[in-house]
Design a protein around this ligand. Structure first.
Ligand SMILES: NC(=O)c1ccc[n+]([C@@H]2O[C@H](COP(=O)([O-])OP(=O)(O)OC[C@H]3O[C@@H](n4cnc5c(N)ncnc54)[C@H](O)[C@@H]3O)[C@@H](O)[C@H]2O)c1
Length: 470
């Protein structure tokens, strides 16, 4: 099928690459001419593992092109995905201006030549499907008022669940595909589009083998409104689950329990599940905070106070301050101290810094008069470009960052930090204080390496052998 994807961010580029890999002919469109020029040169505007390789294979299979010209691409397509940003507005509501502009432009490009499905992949509040339909009609009326009755199209919601850092695996082998639409023709078009994926009828890329046990992907067909709600419900649940783990960890720390042991103990309960139960310094990224705020805003429009969601935001906000408190407990005064941040990206394997805990921690430390050094394997250029006001000293390696530091904070659990020589790390520091914001290290191992270690919700008591009865 011929497909247009509007927006070449994390979602649009990955969606376009995967659909072309499955054999569809894809055109990716963006208003950002520089981004498009880079993609045309084969350079990635974002960091996502294996994306470059997948795009090469996608070009050879279905074919993939990049352009700033939406009109011709949309006119020649059976399916048009909208994957533009929906950042939070001043009151927490989703800013739909990019979506609106894209929908109007699609409408202006449509003619009676074929049936088209316009699919919303951006995360948008309930009711946005109706808005898109209205904007498409307005776009048609503005350019081809006489043809309106001949132009046939359907509107669908196809929320995206990929995780940055493993976006390609999540897209080729998803847990499910959710399609919301109000008519059978629209649904049938999208079922056909996704058939290679739902039936797993494609050769797995050599760099992303098909996980064992995946032979079909469930497709959940719903109304437009339910599909829009599914995305918000999924993200708010996951954010709340992490917040719950953090809340329990904070209590564990006070009573002398070990949160890692507690989470392992509850995670084995099949009703709970072990994933997203890792205590740490809070979630970040472009989605959780924005989506909770947007759902709270929607609930408010209907006069409903979603207390659990409010608490979820508050717990996460407080969790980011815990690092500062821990540093103050150890060092008392932060003014003039040097603090090393290990990791800046909001999670490993991405260069995304949107709502990253590292930024809030760095800002607070600088406000308190500390010097901040940082090392991140991938996200430093983006951090430097986007946050020039933050006086962070960027370093070549973790060892370089901790040199002469009074304390180090493990902010992002990049793989390369797992195998750090902790004794060497400790030896380079002014004071070997480590706040492990992701519970990456075994407290006993870290302490044996000479570090003054604290994690999140970790009990650092040595296990004592039971006393022998004579
Ligand atoms: N990033 C994620 O992990 C993720 C996961 C699931 C869902 N989502 C949702 O998907 C959507 C996109 O997220 P993202 O992270 O890819 O955003 P992004 O900010 O990385 O990319 C959005 C792109 O859209 C482009 N754009 C804006 N208006 C345009 C227009 N009128 N025409 C063409 N291009 C336009 C921008 O230039 C930008 O390149 C959001 O609604 C987000 O909530 C994101």
């Amino acid at each position: 099928m011929r497909v247009t994807v509007i927006g070449t961010g994390y979602v649009g580029t990955v969606t376009g690459a995967c659909l072309a890999y499955l054999g569809h002919h894809v055109t990716c469109v963006d208003v950002d001419a520089e981004k498009i020029a880079r993609l045309q040169r084969g350079e990635m505007p974002i960091y996502e593992p294996h994306l470059t390789e997948l795009l090469v294979e996608a070009a050879a299979r279905g074919g993939i092109a990049f352009t700033t010209e939406l009109g011709p691409a949309a006119a020649a397509s059976d399916v048009i995905f909208i994957a533009v940003g929906t950042p939070p507005g001043p009151g927490g509501e989703a800013d739909l201006s990019y979506l609106e502009s894209a929908a109007r432009s699609i409408g202006a490009a449509m003619d009676g030549g074929r049936f088209r499905v316009v699919v919303n992949k951006s995360t948008v509040p309930v009711g946005s499907g109706n808005l898109v339909e209205t904007l498409l009609r307005e776009g048609i009326r503005d350019t081809r008022p006489a043809d309106e009755k001949w132009i046939q199209f359907g509107v669908a919601s196809n929320p995206e669940f990929l995780r940055e850092g493993c976006a390609l695996g999540d897209s080729l082998y998803p847990d499910r595909i959710v399609l919301g639409a109000e008519d059978e023709r629209t649904l049938a078009t999208l079922r056909e589009l996704y058939n290679p994926l739902t039936a797993q009828r494609f050769d797995a890329p050599s760099f992303l083998p098909r996980p064992a046990g995946i032979s079909r992907v469930p497709l959940v067909a719903t109304t437009l409104t339910s599909a829009e709600m599914i995305k918000y419900a999924a993200n708010t649940f996951l954010a709340t689950k992490i917040g719950f783990a953090n809340e329990i960890a904070n209590i564990c720390e006070r009573v002398g329990a070990d949160a890692k042991e507690v989470m392992a103990g509850i995670g084995l309960d099949s009703r709970i599940g072990s994933r997203f139960l890792n205590p740490g310094l809070g979630w970040g990224g472009s989605c959780f905070g924005k989506d909770i705020q947007s759902l709270l805003h929607t609930a408010g429009e209907y006069g409903y106070q979603a207390r659990l969601l409010e608490a979820s935001l508050a717990v996460n906000r407080a969790q980011r301050q815990i690092v500062i408190q821990k540093l103050q407990e150890k060092l008392f005064i932060l003014k003039g101290r040097t603090i090393a941040l290990l990791g800046l990206a909001f999670k490993p394997d991405t260069d995304d810094l949107r709502d990253a805990p590292s930024l809030q921690i760095a800002k607070r430390l600088l406000q308190l008069g500390a010097r901040v050094k940082a090392y991140d394997p991938i996200a430093m250029p983006v951090c430097r470009a986007q946050n020039s006001e933050l006086k962070i000293q960027y370093c070549e390696s973790a060892f370089d960052a901790v040199r002469h530091a009074d304390a180090a904070v493990l902010v992002t659990e990049w793989d390369e930090f797992r195998s750090l020589d902790l004794a060497h790390l400790a030896s380079r520091m002014q004071q070997p204080i480590l706040v492990d914001g992701r519970n990456l290290y075994d407290p006993e191992v870290a302490m044996r390496a000479g570090l003054d270690y604290s994690g999140i919700g970790r009990s650092i008591r040595q296990r004592v052998a039971p006393a022998r009865v004579p």
